[in-house]
Design a protein around this ligand. Structure first.
Ligand code: ADP
Length: 471
């Protein structure tokens, strides 16, 4: 089976979140399972061509739509055994940011990613692709374009986050080369706008979310982002497949970014990682539990709840470290709250190596997300022996179970109640921290749980096979 796996971001070349991690880890793992798979992504101008030995190929593609013609050049590399094809056109790629400057988006993102989708159709033809695996709204027009081009190539559309749907005013239809007949309620129309995510759901042969819990939740008004009714009409082709993490990248026994290595048999290295990180923070109180928050500072991640309890956290016997970037309003509230207390430490920015040092150093990872399609942070944390403390929704509900339950993925969680429940659960974590034996048992247990991308890839493979049989 020849598979083309397409994503607007792909680690380590470009990344804004978990999508990029999965866009490398999943095809990489599927390749190891014997699937003939190629990953496709745009060659943004900030991608380091020399470092990753990215070379121009002799091939090019021509896409004609909206009264214009676009010449696409193709580049390729092989990264850790995975073949990666890069699509290059200045319109799509020559930008300093993926989707727009912090907090904003480029006004021509519809045209940029329409070009990506049209290029995928051409590429699928040219490479005699047998299955197209598409990810998130940036690639969601592709199944519709395949149908319109009369191509019977099965497609799988993966929703990593239903909150980002790709909606644009109706003018987008013409300039993006989308036939107007698709602009109605059962396809692209969404409150007078054109919704790309709906196009993906309507036209792909199968649709999945990145955890079983989220696949259920999005059928309800609370989590459906306005698409719950539409999704319910397509529920027969909707699945939930839990994401996984790359056990080679996230491995405390081999992680080159850590000051000390460790595994579940001997956690002394974890203690050394914590000591070193506290020195990095300038924190002298070494006997306190270290809580961490790593992620985008946006409403989805529950930062407002964290911001609201900073004064209480400031008076508790704990250390808190926050790493992330996002919306200005959260930057301000976090900055204000952390400045008042010397046990609360805030770092703005995106820093992969620092995030690894924090995962290893921390005792607890806070993930109070309002909704969470899957979440990778909690799985990474558990691999590093750090107990997650989560709001029990979506993928967090699927992966985090009470300490002592014996179900893989032990941590602390709260189901309802916002910032008050978060604070209460942090107090429970403080009590657990006092029970050194119980804590160590839970840590070792979590480190042995299989949240690997290999397990996830095998689930995708059986879905691929189902789609192949239906052809
Ligand atoms: P998202 O909704 O952002 O995709 P996920 O939990 O699925 O959330 O994935 C987040 C990924 O991004 C994880 O690999 C996490 O470690 C990483 N990450 C998020 N914010 C930062 C940051 N500020 N610095 C380094 N890594 C980060």
């Amino acid at each position: 089976m020849k598979v083309l796996f397409a994503s607007a971001e792909l680690f380590p070349f470009s990344k804004s979140g978990g999508l990029a991690d999965m866009a490398f880890a999943l095809p990489h793992a599927l390749g190891k399972e014997g699937v003939d798979i190629v990953a496709v992504t745009p060659l943004y101008s900030f991608v380091n061509i020399e470092k990753y030995h990215i070379e121009r190929t002799a091939e090019s593609l021509r896409c004609s739509f909206g009264g214009k013609s676009y010449e696409i050049t193709l580049y390729r590399t092989c990264y850790r055994g995975l073949e990666i094809l890069f699509i290059y056109h200045p319109l799509l790629c020559d930008r300093p940011y993926l989707y727009g400057p912090p907090g904003g988006s480029y006004p021509d993102n519809d045209l940029r990613f329409a070009l990506f989708c049209h290029a995928l159709v051409e590429l699928a033809k040219f490479r005699e692709t047998e299955l197209l695996h598409l990810n998130d709204w940036h690639t969601a027009l592709t199944p519709l374009l395949l149908h319109d081009a009369g191509l019977r190539i099965p497609s799988l559309y993966t929703i990593h986050n239903l909150a980002y749907q790709g909606t644009f005013p109706p003018e987008t239809l013409e300039r993006c080369g989308i036939d107007r007949r698709h602009f109605h309620l059962e396809e692209l129309e969404f409150y007078g706008e054109v919704n790309w995510m709906k196009g993906g759901i309507a036209h792909a042969d199968a649709v999945n979310t990145v955890s079983p819990g989220y696949a259920e939740e999005i059928l309800t008004p609370e989590f459906g982002c306005g698409l719950e009714g539409f999704l319910r009409r397509h529920r027969n082709k909707l699945r939930g497949i839990l994401n996984g993490i790359d056990p080679e990248i996230y491995d405390p026994s081999k992680d080159p970014t850590l000051p000390a290595s460790y595994d579940a048999r001997d956690l002394r290295g974890k203690e050394r990682c914590k000591e070193a990180y506290l020195v990095e923070l300038g924190e002298k109180r070494k006997d306190r539990p270290l809580f961490a928050f790593i992620g985008r500072f946006v409403e989805q991640k529950g930062v407002q709840w964290v911001a609201e309890i900073l004064d209480e956290l400031g008076s508790l016997p704990l250390t808190l470290t926050l790493l992330g970037e996002g919306e200005e309003r959260f930057h301000r509230s976090l900055e204000g709250g952390t400045r008042r207390h010397d046990n609360l430490h805030l770092r703005f920015g995106y820093d992969e190596a620092l995030s690894h040092r924090i995962y290893a150093a921390a005792d607890f990872l806070l993930m109070p997300s309002l909704f969470e399609p899957c979440g990778l942070n909690q799985m990474i944390a558990m691999r590093y022996g750090t107990l997650p403390l989560v709001h029990s929704v979506g993928g967090l509900k699927d992966t985090v179970h009470p300490v002592g339950s014996g179900v893989c993925g032990e941590g602390l969680s709260f189901a309802e109640g916002g910032e008050a429940a978060l604070l209460e659960t942090i107090r429970s974590a403080l009590r657990l921290y006092g029970d050194r034996q119980g804590l160590e048992r839970a840590r070792c247990f979590d480190m042995g749980c299989d949240f690997s991308i290999g397990r996830c890839a095998r689930n995708y493979l059986s879905l691929y096979r189902e789609l192949e049989e239906k052809r």
